[in-house]
Design a protein around this ligand. Sequence first.
Ligand code: LLP
Length: 431
Amino acid sequence: YHPFPVNDNGHLEIGGIDTVQLAEKYGTPLYVYDVSIIRQNARDFVNTFQNLGVKAKVAYASKAFSSIAMLQVAKQENLCLDVVSEGELYTALQAGFPKERIHLHGNNKSQEEIAMAIENKIGCIVVDNFHDIKLIDALTKQNKEKIDVLMRVTPGVESHTHEYIMTGNEDSKFGFDLQNGQAEEAFKLIQNYDSIQFKGLHCHIGSQIFETEGFEIAVDMLFRELEKWKTIYNYTPEVVNLGGGFGIRYTKEDKPLPHHVYVEGLVKSVEKHTKALDMPMPEIWIEPGRAIVGNAGISLYTIGAMKDIPGVRQYISVDGGMTDNIRPALYQAKYEAVVANKANVPVSNKVSVAGKCCESGDMLIWDLDVPEVDHGDVLAVFSTGAYGYSMASHYNRIPNAAVVFVENGVDKLVVKRETYEDVVKNDLSYE
Ligand code: LLP
């Protein structure tokens, strides 16, 4: 199974371009994105809200893949932007992303980050803890302008996903707990600050979620709290932000829902509660990262050394690995791949794909079905568009790979391959 077409030469194509030619032109390892898929993903979210007549904001979670070109595409698609650090905010500003559409997250925002957000008048800060609230108040006072704030809460939902990616459960470093009154305490505190325009609640329950149930439970929890706040404080939220986490397909075992089904589920459960509580419908905000870029990106590698352990396993090594895609090593994440220059040749072999880092855990795929492979073949790994480039490292002093965008038969380099000068550029001499 693979989602991209194969041309008359038997080569895999992406965005109307031969992947083998891309590998030759730009070198490997190479990240390639089909921008039309990014746009389609964005539109699937945005249009569903529009069709349902619900006021909404779709913020692209830029941690999934941030680069100037990517944020320009997000801008063109009228998305908002979720940033979680000064670096992500800086990239957004460099990309000319509209400041009022940027939202700042983070469980340990520095004074500099908050100051940068306030000075640039970004759209909203999502407060995560009491320290955030105090810093914002201190910094906005100097600025004499109010800033819109959402409060991130931890609803206590354990979505079915990997432990490291699970963020909505009670024992989490993120957000104010709903269970023990922390959120209400923060709500009361915020009311004292003229500097803060409190817009509503935020939660994010986890990542790579395949059902709507977890989101519905989270909405239930939020509204249990909001019911209390309505009764006691006569408060109704303008915004409910339900975070990201919408799953994508990495392998044929993965069964994500179409984007519109997640959105419809969210809208329905918010509507159910607002009707029951006789509240106006708030704006619904979401923050998809993976579901915007994940399936739009592939990684191209060149196959090098091979090792056959008869009766046990055949290893094939590629010229990248955990430095450009840490997800298999970190989360035991699974991927599918094809030999891009033999995409029509029937599979006949099982191999395991190793990276080139000096570490046994640097394996990209176990037990992949492939045709007979040769040195120099190009391997295309699918669905590497999210948390690949963004989590890249320099382990073994391997330079970061380049990123190419393709759209309607045109390819464009959007992140240059790092050079060895780049690798040592911050090193200072000690002799
Ligand atoms: N909003 C918040 C507050 C988040 O913490 C995240 C992800 C998102 C949105 C976007 O989630 P997405 O739609 O992309 O699932 N490195 C891990 C994923 C970590 C996600 C962290 N937060 C991975 O490679 O699977």
